[in-house]
Design a protein around this ligand. Structure first.
Ligand code: ZN
Length: 294
């Protein structure tokens, strides 16, 4: 999706965080929800993540010190968003804020509040613990903030998708989807330690994909974005497929284990995004079968 070149951006919407030592939190905690991400690497038991990163938590290299954050002064207009990844993430957040401020009260009777947005390199501190690039994009409910390491987007290529602008925007909208769930009071139902194709973890993730689609449905109605092209929709669908559990499991050399799914299959994720995109209705995203949407 392309930003209108002359649209004015809020260069304070996102913060750039540099460094941040401490212990790294991964996918889920034992029995507690630490954070929810775009995908979970390693097709095996989410508990095994600790093995890779070191006992569930990992000490970051010394010398990274306290996190410092700064605004994105170079992100002034839509043209900047079309040229720089960090400006694009920030501008996407503004577009998502505008859509959900209308849709969430209308369709769910809930007031929208903006989540934080932090862009970091290598590592950062969060209320959910420290995070590293390996964590991938995620949302921390404790500080209601979405975190992105822009180097992650290169990984889309290795998962078989294109690192295209609208693929990146879908990822932001997915994480903001978790913020919507936080406002709905349902996000805590997710638990990566209890995986499986019918698990709450998968339902919550597919709903976040669908909410990303709801945003895409309305996105070009606001002042930020030009109308979506078919090619751009394909980029998002391809990204949604790329982070499907079956794709990740088989690319990591394992066999496909639906009982270990935390985010849903490629097929399910594609369908979820398109359900939200084609309808613009939260009711089309009701994977938790709550029946509360207008
Ligand atoms: Zn997610």
């Amino acid at each position: 999706m392309t930003f209108r070149d002359d649209v004015k951006l809020n260069s304070n919407r996102a913060r750039r965080s540099s460094g941040g030592g401490g212990r790294v939190a991964v996918g889920g905690g034992i029995g507690t929800l630490l954070m929810v991400g775009l995908f979970l690497l390693l097709g095996g038991n989410p508990g095994d993540l600790g093995g890779l990163l070191g006992e569930d938590q990992q000490q970051l290299p010394a010398g990274q010190g306290q996190s410092q954050s700064q605004s994105l002064e170079h992100c002034q207009t839509g043209k900047d968003a079309n040229e720089h990844v960090d400006c694009r993430l920030s501008a996407t957040a503004e577009s998502i804020d505008a859509v959900w401020s209308k849709v969430l009260p209308q369709q769910a009777g809930i007031k929208y509040t903006e989540p934080g947005l932090v862009i970091f390199s290598s590592a950062t501190q969060t209320a959910c613990g420290a995070a590293s690039s390996q964590t991938g994009p995620f949302y921390c409910p404790m500080d209601q903030t979405a975190y992105f390491d822009t180097s992650f987007f290169d990984m889309l290529n290795s998962l078989g998708a294109k690192n295209a602008p609208f693929a990146q925007e879908y990822v932001v909208a997915h994480e903001f989807g978790h913020h919507i769930q936080q406002l709905e009071g349902t996000l805590g139902m997710s638990n990566y330690n209890e995986p499986g194709q019918d698990s709450n973890a998968v339902r919550i993730e597919l709903q976040a994909d669908c909410y990303a689609g709801v945003w895409a449905h309305y996105a070009s109605e606001g002042k930020f974005l030009e109308p979506l092209t078919d090619a751009q929709v394909r980029d998002a669908v391809q990204a949604a497929r790329a982070v499907g559990d079956d794709n990740i499991q088989s690319r990591q050399g394992g066999r496909v284990r639906p009982d270990m799914f935390t985010h849903g299959s490629s097929e399910q994720r594609q369908k979820a995004f398109l359900a939200g995109y084609s309808s613009g209705q939260m009711s089309a995203c009701d994977t938790l079968e709550r029946g509360v949407y207008r």
